[in-house]
Design a protein around this ligand. Sequence first.
Ligand code: HEM
Length: 399
Amino acid sequence: MSATLEPDGTHQGVPAYHFDNRLGGPVLSHQERWDEIARTHSGFRSTTARGYWVVTEGEAVQQALQDWRTFSNQSVTALDPDPRFLWIPEMLDPPQHTAWRRLLGSAFSPKTVAAREPEIREVASGLIDELKDSGSADVLDSFARRFPTLIFMRLMGLPEQDLPQFLDWIHDLLHLSHGEDPHGERQLSAMNAVSEYFEQQIAIRREAPRDDLLSRAMTWTIDDEPISDRDMHAFCILLFQAGFDTVPISIGWALYHFATHPEQRRAIVEDPALIPTAVEEILRVYSFVVPARKATQDVEIGGCPVRAGEMVMLPLAVSNRDPERFDRPLEVDLRRKATNHIAFGSGPHRCLGSHLARLELNVAVEAWHRRIPDYGITAGQDLEQHGNMYGIKQLRLEW
Ligand code: HEM
């Protein structure tokens, strides 16, 4: 077992560890830790907080994500089986979940997303043009975080001058270390500010609807009932959480990957037709989302005797880096044929934004390499990644 995991006895006969997924670590350490655990365990017990189960067998992870009757989304936070908040549609189970997904489907369909491609290209190219003559930059702050946030704000119809404010909130909500915010006050205050912001945006549109996703969503009905402001708010908060960090993290990994694999970088520069497979492979190999579910009944999964009401963590990395599933699973293979990963999840909650995310990633990689084909990691940095969702904290490149 990894030196980073301290044994803590057994729980109902299953090995237990002091395992805390919130902690950051050196770049790629979380993914490698999952590889190591998955080699020796099909599941284990974490003794963090009230305790939860962790499944580390790739197939079992996917199976649990698909079995919504046994593994409910009432809570999706392993540390808290009884949250006092609601994110829509992530924390709904069918049939309410199905009704929301039906409504949301068209706004995030491949066709709707494709229609935004020229705008997405223009935003990406503009941001890269702004920094390309500087010769060096922290690419997360100057590009990866700004690009998808701007696209998302436009999609929702939020004023673009609020971008710096959004980036600050995202930082305080998702990226503060324990040392920076020991009592979680800054995080809570950012959460309250985001919440208030969306309340205001909803109120503005109740007064006078606009031509944007938020206004349109406010006209939807479920079972002939209009959607309440409270539910609309829960939807905005989820989109904020789901859409704002994931694409920046993936762009960060893509640039890190091509900075550390110059031969592959040259290959995509010479033949951009390789980019779609490269993007899928990067999503797979650098998997960073760790869903969790609440058991509705006693069930055994990955060798864990889960009781009804207990939380189960389902790291996607163990499926996406599973040697049983992929040949040379840890390698980004630009010519791989079978790239059917579960980086966007599996089952009813599979990512709503996957088409948008894929387009943004392809555009980002293509636009970047057309303008900045040759670059490397600036020496002297300690490359670290966050806990929870494993994104690189800062990445300074030079070209
Ligand atoms: C590379 C980028 C992205 C990745 C890797 C990603 C990954 C995921 C994953 C793994 C889930 C399932 C979580 C679970 O099973 O509990 C999910 C759900 C979701 N994602 Fe994404 N996501 C990305 C981008 C986006 C974007 C850009 C949006 C929206 C603008 C978005 C919106 C959502 C929503 C709304 C859900 C909840 C779906 C539901 O509960 O039915 N995601 N995403």
